[in-house]
Write a protein that binds this ligand. Sequence first.
Ligand code: PRT
Ligand code: ZN
Length: 293
Amino acid sequence: MQRTADSKTSLRIAIQKSGRLTDKTIDLLKGIGLRFDDYKRNLLVKCRNFDVELLLIRDDDIPEYVQDGVCDLGFVGANETQEKGADVTVLRGLDYGVCRLSLAVPKDGNIQSVEDFEGKSIATSYPNITQNFFKERNINADTVTISGAVEIAPRLEVADAICDLVSTGNTLKANGLQELKSILESETQLIRTNKKLSPGKKQLIDKFLQRMDGHQQAERSRYIMMNAPEEAVPRIKEIIPSLKSPTVMPLADNGMVAIHTVIPIDEFWIVMEKLKTEGATGIVILPIESMIL
Ligand code: PRT
Ligand code: ZN
């Protein structure tokens, strides 16, 4: 086991204790090789093999904890950071917890456009973002702050409309509401405090980011191996959008070579079809653990 530094030099990272972001964030941290135990029962968990400790808290509290320097980094939805107006730096956008903050109205009601909100009331857990949206458009609309079950507010006549997070849209539908306008696109972000950090912590953040980027890049890539006629190599090189030039090795069969390279997962099927037309055979695709570019 590696020696860990004292808490003054450990990076403290805030993550959601229990909710939609928790499992994906924990998976990401494990994916970059961090090992820690019992994160479900403790609020502060020390990592066994990296100078990191995790603070497990409600997602609403993460932006301010990072802003105030209680934590150096945090994984949290852009919706929370914007609502709190937190003074932090966004280091990375991550492709989970993706949703939008949308204005929604009762179906067949009298609000059909943003302008129709004049003089109306909106139930929301995001009063700051909602108010700013209408202020910028010189529309007078009241917000009623509600912390949960916002979608029921129009039926209870607590408000005329709502502004809430939407992912599939099923909750809106189930409550007789229709989405009128998305006012914020959100995803999970890695945020960093703007408080002054020691050189040691800066180095740890760089190391952490390097691991994260390698992991993300690896998740988006696949290692590909195939056999192909040697004379097709120049054309295959053009088909494969590899990071660097592919490895080409001669095979015992005369005129045949083995080619190894990395391809972006998005281009996988297109590349595959083209390779087959060039005579590639025995194509093997493997997942990649991490990549350092
Ligand atoms: O206890 P704690 O305060 O930590 O958790 P929480 O209950 O406030 O948050 P949680 O775990 O529900 O969500 C955490 C984060 O996930 C949010 O801040 C967003 O960044 C992100 N996220 C992504 C979502 C959704 N998608 C989402 N669909 N958060 C909430 N919802 C809710 C929405 O409020 C509505 O009630 O899901 C419902 C709508 O979903 P659809 O699929 O029916 O449209
Ligand atoms: Zn919350």
